[in-house]
Structure formats: C-alpha cells, structure tokens
Design a protein around this ligand. Structure first.
Ligand code: CO8
Length: 257
C-alpha cells in the first residue's frame, strides 16, 4: 500500500499525500512513496501537477515527529537528505507543480509546498516552520526556500520564533497566490492547472527553466540564458501554429508539442 496516490485527469496529474490519520506527516516511507510517484509521472502526457493532502485538515503537518524523536545525528542527516532530494526532484520537474494547501502546512509540509511552483491555499490553511520549538532546524529546504520566497526578514522571524501564520498572512507576504473556501480549493487548483496545460507545453517548460535557473544566476548570465530558451521555442509546431493563427485572425489549434 502506498501513502501517495496519483490520478491522471487529461493532461493534469493529481498527487495526494495520503496518511490522513497522522495529518499526512512525512516519514521515510511516505517520502519514498512520494518519490516513486513523481518518478512515474508520464511527462509525455502530463503538462501540470497538483499536489495536495488527503482529508479536510492537513496538507502535510510536517515530518513525523515520532519517527524523528529517536533518531541519531546520522539518521537525522539521512532523513534530511532524503527529504531534500525528493523536494528538489519536485522543484526540478520540467512541468509546473501547484500545491493545493488544504490545511496545516507545517515544517516539512511548508517546505514541500515551497518546492512547488505555485501555492494556492484553503481558508483554513496554516503555514509555519515550528522546528526550533522542537529542538531542530528546518531540514527539508525551509531555511533556503522560505527566505527566497517571502524575504529574509520575515522568514527568519517565522523560523526563529517558530510562529505559524494563517492563510491571510500567507497571502499578504506572497507565500500563496490565492486563498479559497476549502470546498473550492481543488476546483481552483485544477482550473489553473488546466489553463497551464492548455498553453504550449514546450513554452511552459522553457519558462519554468528560465525562471528557476535564472534565479540562481547573476542578472547578466540570466538575461543571456533567456534568449537561448526563447530560441528553442521557435521552430516548434506550437509556435508556428499559434503565431500563424494570430496573424490570420483565427483561433489557434490546440497545442500539441
Ligand atoms: N508527526 C507525527 N504525527 C503527527 C504530526 C507530525 N508532524 N502532526 C500530527 N500528527 C498526528 C498526531 O500525533 C495525531 O495522532 P494520534 O491521533 O495517533 O494521536 C494525529 O496526527 C492528529 O493530530 P492532533 O491530534 O495533534 O490534531 P490537532 O488538530 O489537535 O492538532 C496540529 C493539529 C496543530 C497540526 C498538531 O498535530 C501539531 O502541532 N502537529 C505537529 C506540527 C509540527 O510541529 N510540524 C513540524 C514537525 S518538524 C518538521 O517537519 C521538520 C522537517 C525537517 C526534518 C528534517 C529531518 C531531520
């Protein structure tokens, strides 16, 4: 039995962390299942993923505290490395990933959402890095991605003080793009995913690559990268069909590449 479910809905894949009794907390087995599901995504027929948690209460309430409570430093290092490897794999997927944050996204849960391209939240979502209150640092990328996403000062405050924030504050600081009533979240996430899936797949992938790679470079190197990724779109059937359709003032055909 896997703790992570996958459902294909046309060009969109829905990944659900399914360990509801423990509020979808991540232990090594759940991380292993998540990695297996991500590895199995058919990138020829999937253009966007939505990642969520099972149930009404939690996206992911963190790494499994019970499992961590008896870890030695070496075991802690291995667990941190395992989570970081899986989350980096999600971040580096060629297709966009939307986190539909349907409740608690604490510790490893907040970090998992940060490895996604876009976060949408339900009104009952709660974000935070409570690790210092448990005697540890964030260990699945939180010290890095939270600061890059919401700014250094705010990230340090949340981490040092182990202070959680509710959906409106997460929206105000740019951690999430939008907040919805819980019952509308999944529809909103699928609508956005389908809109992304309706655009030219190669162009979307090149755009993701440009933003993510560019953020790790100095601005001169980054703006030199952009023409390369831009150029790679020319000559695709999608580019030719869409631009010809525009010039001929007609609706373009569905994107195919
Ligand atoms: N780990 C294990 N079990 C959990 C976790 C968790 N993180 N969160 C919830 N659960 C379990 C509870 O133990 C409980 O199980 P049971 O029914 O068997 O007692 C069940 O889920 C339901 O939880 P609650 O009864 O506590 O539900 P409440 O609605 O009362 O509270 C909260 C919900 C506020 C989310 C509460 O459960 C909570 O505070 N959970 C812990 C949140 C937390 O601190 N998360 C951060 C963990 S640290 C982390 O994520 C580090 C990541 C990096 C790791 C690096 C590797 C070394």
């Amino acid at each position: 039995m896997s703790f992570v479910k996958y459902e294909q809905k046309d060009f969109v894949g829905v990944v659900t962390i399914d360990r509801e009794k423990a509020l979808n907390a991540l232990n090594p087995e759940v991380l292993k299942d998540l990695e297996a599901v991500i590895d199995a995504v058919d990138l020829d027929k999937t253009r966007c993923l939505v990642l969520t948690g099972a149930g009404q209460k939690a996206f992911v309430a963190g790494a499994d505290i019970g499992a961590m409570s008896t870890m030695t430093p070496d075991e802690g290092r291995a667990f941190s490395a395992q989570g970081n490897a899986v989350f980096r794999k999600i971040e580096k997927l060629p297709i966009p990933v939307i986190a539909a944050v349907n409740g608690f996204a604490l510790g490893g849960g907040c970090e998992l959402s940060l490895s996604c391209d876009i976060r949408l939240a339900s009104e009952n979502a709660v974000f935070g890095q409570p690790e210092t209150g448990l005697g540890i640092t964030p260990g699945f990328g939180g010290t890095q991605r939270l600061a890059r996403t919401i700014g250094v000062g705010k990230a340090k405050e949340l981490i040092y003080a182990s202070r959680n924030m509710k959906a409106p504050e997460a929206l105000a600081c740019g951690l999430v793009n939008a907040v919805y009533p819980a019952e509308e979240l999944m529809d909103a996430a699928l609508k956005l995913a389908n809109r992304i899936a309706g655009n030219a797949p190669i162009a979307v992938r090149q755009s993701k690559k440009a933003v993510n790679m560019g953020l790790q470079m100095d601005i001169d190197t980054a703006v030199a990268l952009e023409p390369e990724l831009f150029a790679a779109c020319f000559g695709t059937q999608d580019q030719q069909n869409a631009m010809t359709a525009f010039c001929e003032k007609r609706k373009h055909d569905p994107f195919i590449n």
